[in-house]
Write a protein that binds this ligand. Structure first.
Ligand code: ADP
Length: 181
């Protein structure tokens, strides 16, 4: 599914983020930038040791923020490591932190002149964020940002598996309807 926002494209695809040809891909990292399972492990495996070498130098990243490294052997030139919140019931600032994680990535992209970025569904795996809520935060944050920032031409959400894709598609359709798009 694809929506045009201003002069930019917001797109949902089902697939593997490590094979994307966008200029940057985002990672759902942990605050120690130590790698791990899920999408984080997949990105480090596919991108090779240069990514971890830069993560070690940077040392860490607080929840709700993001840092940039090389893309190593990936097709993407950069990886933007975002640290989403662990979901603890929804009353511990999770929504703000998740929004802030996406915004940090987008701001880094704007600053670096990165025109296309792919996102995984941050926090909805091991970190336990319910996907209906998380997808609404992810998609509204990106939508609002693109309205103000035409320098980013493409944001692609790369959803792993059918269930995740369907959840994001449902939310994006709802948002588009609410916004008359
Ligand atoms: P978090 O710790 O932020 O919850 P996870 O990696 O556990 O991060 O999960 C985040 C999302 O990434 C989940 O929806 C998971 O299915 C998805 N995912 C796992 N591997 C990949 C991949 N190779 N490409 C895209 N998404 C992936």
């Amino acid at each position: 599914m694809k929506v045009i926002i201003g002069s930019s494209v917001l797109e949902l695809v089902q697939g593997d983020i490590t094979t994307q040809e966008t200029e940057a891909i985002a990672n759902a990292a942990n605050s120690g930038l130590r790698g791990g399972g899920g999408v984080d492990g997949a990105i480090h495996r596919a991108g090779g040791p240069a990514i971890m070498a830069e993560c070690r130098k940077i040392g860490g990243c607080p929840t709700g923020h993001a840092v940039l490294t090389t893309g190593g052997n990936l097709k993407a030139k950069y990886v933007i490591h975002a640290v989403g919140p662990i979901y603890r019931g929804g009353n511990r600032g999770e929504a703000e932190l998740l929004k802030s994680a996406y915004l940090s990535c987008l701001k880094i992209a704007s600053e670096k002149g990165i025109k296309s970025i792919a996102f995984p569904s941050i926090s909805t795996g091991v970190y336990g964020y319910p996907i209906d809520e998380a997808s609404r935060i992810a998609l509204t944050t990106v939508w609002d940002y693109l309205l103000e920032h035409p320098e980013i031409e493409l944001v692609r959400f790369v959803l792993f598996g059918d269930t995740n894709y369907v959840a994001y598609e449902k939310t994006l359709k709802q948002i588009a309807r609410e916004r008359g798009a």
